[in-house]
Design a protein around this ligand. Structure first.
Ligand SMILES: Cc1cc2nc3c(=O)[nH]c(=O)nc-3n(C[C@H](O)[C@H](O)[C@H](O)COP(=O)(O)OP(=O)(O)OC[C@H]3O[C@@H](n4cnc5c(N)ncnc54)[C@H](O)[C@@H]3O)c2cc1C
Length: 438
């Protein structure tokens, strides 16, 4: 499992693909009902979603799509499936070729300053209001006294300089290290809630690439601008897959394409300009966990369950069908043995390969699995015995210690999580303000 996360100022929002999804109502209903957290169905939570969407300039006004998003839209339409435009947090976009091309690379560095992540929104505002920001700093532990947070200890390494020990004293501490690092930090700080680090959800994702007769140049343009939600709630459950697209600059493409050997890999990569890729993003019901290794670093344990794998493979089948309907001539199925579906004029030539898919070996390392969404390791809810966070975002164990990141989700969001994380942080900030007032 390859995990992608942003270890930089602004975290994932600095490097992500700018798809800005509101939390679906069925997820909010599920969280409220199953985790005794009624705030998720409140007007106040919707107001938090509105507030962060406005701060990030979320919009659907950019009209252009790249080849693979066009293929997702057209192939789905030919199969009678609906797609939607993905709202994106970008502004100052013009119709120039430079902007269109640059968008495809913005996860590697936003050359035109158009992505509205936390770096140039909330962090900038905080800085302008006197917040002090220490990059290149690793928080080792949160300090506590008599069951109350008192600050944090960290190591700051200035560029080219020697590491400095930092001690921060505070009335209240908010942790937002992401769902892998936050539980590790809390465990290093002595918290011992039995569910801390459990329930790691990853939205396990595979890539279904296809070769088209025409050039796609999918490394240009908005990386994800079209989504197909036909398979998001399979068999009447809240679990299933979203079909979206990734940026496909050659580095990422080389990482995710199946590998049989040097010659085969070279052939695939030589056709890169003609490849279009969809991602199958699975809402995982069965999670993994994060614990500490002997050095205090996070250790991740995650195995894709049979239930989640079945949903994922249904999504792979669906993605292959859409590629074929969109005119692809070969679809590379995401397995180490590189099963390839051939197609001509929208008709699959060897459909049995899709039927055989579930019978291939799907153990770890027999196929490439990825996640850019880490969630729920410090979940919030109304049951103190099973949820390390109170509904306010404060830890059950330590007063004045809050968590405001993806680890606080009661379960996975089922959609790309940026807006939900930020809305939850916004909501938690209101709780914090009133408790500080007290
Ligand atoms: C490549 C990529 C593409 C994505 N695309 C999308 C998308 O299009 N739409 C979407 O909704 N979501 C997307 N995501 C997911 C989304 O960006 C993340 O889920 C989200 O940013 C996670 O927020 P977070 O606050 O939980 O943690 P993070 O964003 O991971 O922030 C944690 C921060 O804490 C820092 N940190 C951790 N531990 C410590 C420590 N001990 N001391 C000091 N600092 C520490 C990290 O360096 C990081 O800066 C994408 C993610 C990636 C990686």
């Amino acid at each position: 499992m390859g995990l992608l996360a942003g270890a930089c100022l602004g975290g994932g929002t600095t490097v992500n693909w700018a798809g800005a999804f509101r939390t679906p109502d069925y997820i909010l209903d599920e969280w409220a009902a199953e985790h005794a957290a009624p705030q998720f169905t409140s007007a106040a939570f919707q107001a938090s979603l509105d507030a962060v969407a406005a701060a990030l300039s979320v919009n659907t006004s950019y009209p252009r799509h790249n080849g693979q998003n066009q293929a997702l839209r057209e192939g789905s339409a030919r199969l009678g499936q609906a797609t939607s435009l993905i709202a994106r947090n970008e502004k100052y976009l013009t119709s120039s070729a430079a902007h269109f091309e640059g968008l495809g690379y913005s996860s590697l560095g936003d050359a035109h300053g158009i992505k509205q992540g936390t770096l140039n929104t909330y962090l900038l505002t905080a800085f302008e209001h006197g917040a002090r920001i220490l990059p290149n700093t690793k928080v080792e532990r949160v300090t506590t006294a008599a069951g109350h947070a008192t600050g944090a200890e960290a190591t700051h390494t200035p560029p080219g300089g020697r590491p400095l020990r930092i001690v921060v004293r505070a009335r209240c501490v908010v942790v937002a290290g992401g769902a892998v690092q936050t539980p590790a930090l809390l465990l290093r700080s002595g918290l011992r809630h039995p569910h801390l680090g459990q329930h790691l959800h990853l939205h396990p994702t595979v890539i279904v690439a296809a070769r088209y007769p025409q050039a796609m140049r999918s490394w240009h343009g908005p990386s994800m601008s079209i989504v197909n939600d036909t398979y998001a709630r399979l068999h009447g459950t809240n679990y299933g897959v979203k079909l979206e697209t990734p940026p496909t600059h050659p580095g990422l493409l080389a990482m995710v394409l199946p590998w049989l050997g040097g010659r085969q890999h070279r052939e695939l990569m030589s056709a890169a300009a003609h490849l279009g890729s969809f991602i199958v993003l699975t809402r995982d019901r069965d999670g993994g966990r994060v614990c500490l290794d002997p050095h205090g670093a996070p250790l991740i344990d995650y195995t894709l369950s049979a239930f989640d794998r079945a949903n994922m493979l249904a999504g792979v089948h669906a993605a292959a069908d859409i590629h074929v309907a969109a005119g692809a001539e070969a679809v590379y199925l995401p397995h180490g043995s590189l099963p390839t579906l051939r197609a001509r004029a929208g008709v699959p030539q060897n459909p049995e390969i899709l039927a055989h898919l579930p019978h291939l070996g799907w153990r770890a390392n027999q196929f490439g699995l990825y996640s850019a969404h880490q969630m729920s390791t410090c979940r919030l809810g109304g049951h103190a015995a099973t949820h390390p966070l109170r509904p306010t975002g404060e830890t059950v164990e330590v007063r004045g210690l809050y968590v405001a990141d993806g680890s606080a989700f009661p379960a996975c969001s089922g959609v790309n999580p940026m807006l939900t994380i930020m809305a939850l942080a916004h909501y938690t900030a209101q709780q914090l303000t009133s408790s500080l007032g007290r």
